[in-house]
Ligand binder design. Structure first.
Ligand code: PMP
Length: 381
């Protein structure tokens, strides 16, 4: 029999949309994918070349459980250069994506029934990592007019002796909104809780700059990885940075559950951090063009964009003028005009009435997808 815990894991609603898209594509339909949160660019050549060289040089063994020292040193330099923060290699765990790293953070941090604060809406996997480690969610409602950011007073009100952590995600999936230094400083003031900062979209910022939580507090876990910035989703490489007292436990957890991340892919990760800056800059410029275009088109169609998204590759558009049931609406859109969009309800009840559009797709596809959407809206509303 399936365990109670496992049966409570929620699924990604966007997968239902993708399954529908696949069904349509099998029938020969041309579906435009604006639902997928995955870079459309190939991985930069300097990175694939480093992986090939590593394979040819037989870098095919287990590595240190925390990750190759050379990669962890490169991550330390990266965080110093980007944010001016000093961390040491023993504060880093490299794993097969940020997803397992996040699970291991929860295992290291939570006792049974400990609570973690998450915002509503948020990235849908967070709740399952918390559940897997025996913890409980404390959801805090956030508001579109405030860029879906926590109100510190609401956090204060929901704290209890069981509250171990507060998850933040900037730039955010689904909103694309970047937290300001003031907002980060406010969150960092919660000294008894660990701040778990998902920084996977750092570097994909189109105005100003994202700040790391480590600029404001040491009592934090940072989650970061290579999937988004370096177009490396399928490589599975990510890491977390943790307070020094967690070194031994993170090492033990990883030794047992993963042994180590993939050896040759970690060498590719070093190339990403040290040699791919030009490739990243080129991708960022293109994302930004698409972002501006998408914002202009969606606003013209009557969607409300409460706060301009300046990071990641998402626009979380308020569609409440058109619909109240984002799930039904997303299905009607894909069935009628063959455009995949993610229903806002995927991210929690406060996302209802919103649709998430991803601009990790070519300009030609974005244009065609939005033309189809425009026709759909003119027909129905
Ligand atoms: N955090 C956020 C906010 C994400 O959007 C994703 C990927 N969709 C992840 C973490 C996981 O990334 P990965 O496991 O590929 O590193």
């Amino acid at each position: 029999m399936i365990s109670k815990r496992a049966s409570e894991f929620t699924s990604f609603i966007v997968m239902d949309v993708m399954a529908k898209a696949e069904e349509l594509e099998r029938k020969g339909e041309h579906v435009i994918h604006l639902e997928v949160g995955e870079p459309d660019f190939p991985t930069p050549k300097v990175i694939t070349e480093a992986a090939i060289a590593a394979l040819q040089n037989n870098k095919t063994r287990y590595t240190h459980a925390l990750g190759l020292l050379e990669l962890r040193e490169a991550i330390c330099r990266f965080y110093f250069n980007e944010y001016g923060v000093s961390i040491i290699p023993d504060q880093i765990l490299v794993s097969t994506g940020t997803s397992p790293a996040l699970l291991f953070v929860m295992l290291a941090l939570l006792d049974h029934d400990d609570e973690v604060i998450i915002s509503n809406p948020r990235y849908p996997c967070y709740q399952n990592f918390i559940h897997a480690a025996g913890g409980k969610l404390k959801e805090i409602k956030t508001f579109p007019e405030e860029g879906f950011q926590y109100r510190p007073r609401d956090i204060e009100k929901s704290l209890s002796s069981k509250t171990k952590g507060i998850i933040i995600n900037s730039p955010s999936n689904p909103t694309g909104i970047v937290m300001s230094p003031e907002q980060l400083r406010h969150i960092a003031q919660f000294e008894k809780q660990y701040i778990i900062s998902d920084e996977i979209y750092h570097g994909l910022v189109y105005q100003g700059k994202a700040h790391s939580i480590l600029e404001f507090t040491d009592k934090a876990f940072v989650i970061n990885g290579f999937s988004k910035l370096y177009a490396m989703t399928g490589w599975r490489l990510g890491y977390c940075i943790f307070p020094k007292e967690f070194t031994s436990v993170m090492q033990r957890i990883h030794q047992n559950f993963m042994i180590s991340a993939n050896g040759f892919i970690q060498w590719a990760g070093i190339a990403a951090l040290t040699k791919a800056a030009d490739d990243v800059a080129a991708m960022r410029t293109i994302y930004d063009e698409r972002r501006r275009y998408m914002l202009k088109r969606l606003s013209a169609m009557g969607f409300t964009i409460h706060v301009e998204p300046t990071g990641a590759f998402y626009v979380f558009a308020d569609a409440r003028r058109f619909c109240t049931d984002s799930y039904k609406e997303a299905f009607r859109i894909i069935e009628e005009v063959k455009v995949g969009v993610t229903p806002g309800i995927d991210f929690g009840s406060s996302g209802e009435g919103f649709l998430r559009f991803s601009y990790a797709n070519s300009m030609a596809n974005i244009e065609e997808g939005l033309n189809r959407l425009d026709r759909y809206l003119s027909k129905h509303y």
